[in-house]
Design a protein around this ligand. Sequence first.
Ligand SMILES: [Zn+2]
Length: 293
Amino acid sequence: MLPNEQLQGLSLLKLSFHDKYVQQISANIYAFVQGSHVTNSGFVIFSWGVVVIDSLMTVTLANRLKEAIKSVTDKPVKYVVNTHFHGDHVFGNQCFLPTSIVGHKNTASILERHGQLYVTKFTKRFPKLERELAKVRVVPPFLTFDSRLRLGTPDEGVDLLYFGHGHTSGDVVVFSAEEKVMFVGDLVFNAIFPTSDDAVISSWVKVLERLEELNPRILIPGHGNPCGKKELGYMLQLLREVLLSNELIRGGQIGINEALENILGTGGIESPYGSWLYPERLACLLGQAQKMG
Ligand SMILES: [Zn+2]
């Protein structure tokens, strides 16, 4: 067992022997962590097959994920769950067909309407990946649900949970109640300021409160290392501070720069976010709170 310094208190294995991206979270749960804040995915192995959580952004990455799964089990992939519609989580879907692609009905409808447009947007954002992204054929989830779906049997499976609009309108949490492990997609970023272009911050707070109630032991975030309840708390606190700052800005009590300084801890107030990556996203979070609540 190789200890991972960044995961104090969590008995995780880093299976560099099999695959450098795979971290074993529990007996049958694995995180696929690319590192450097790049998108995570993961998989859960049951006697009846494998559930994959998020297919990543390119065909190459999806195939790397498939290889990683093969390095751990010879069981077939039965379901690929999309945590939300963002391309870095779903553009690899085509590589898993004819496996069922599962997601919230809002995620399916967004990808059905605008999927190829998002490929174009990503190509503009990541010009170096133009050739890779040209291979993407968007496959929206075709096994969809509204509030809750069990994959597997009553004894052996995971629950897909939907608590409302958070990071996007279709955020799905994959929860193993037995292991108290949850894949949370981009509802939680670990030590990274989240993107929020499609978010409703006030509702996102309520979603995270529901996740806290489930008392998870380990979370696999969409970006950043697997973490615990403490990091879920940081994310919740950040979004609450964004909402509060928004109220103060609206009331004319503080300006936007003061709000940014307060949250980032650069104005003399101590902050847990001082070392978080992409602090420039904080202004977008405040803007999104002003626009959408
Ligand atoms: Zn996202």
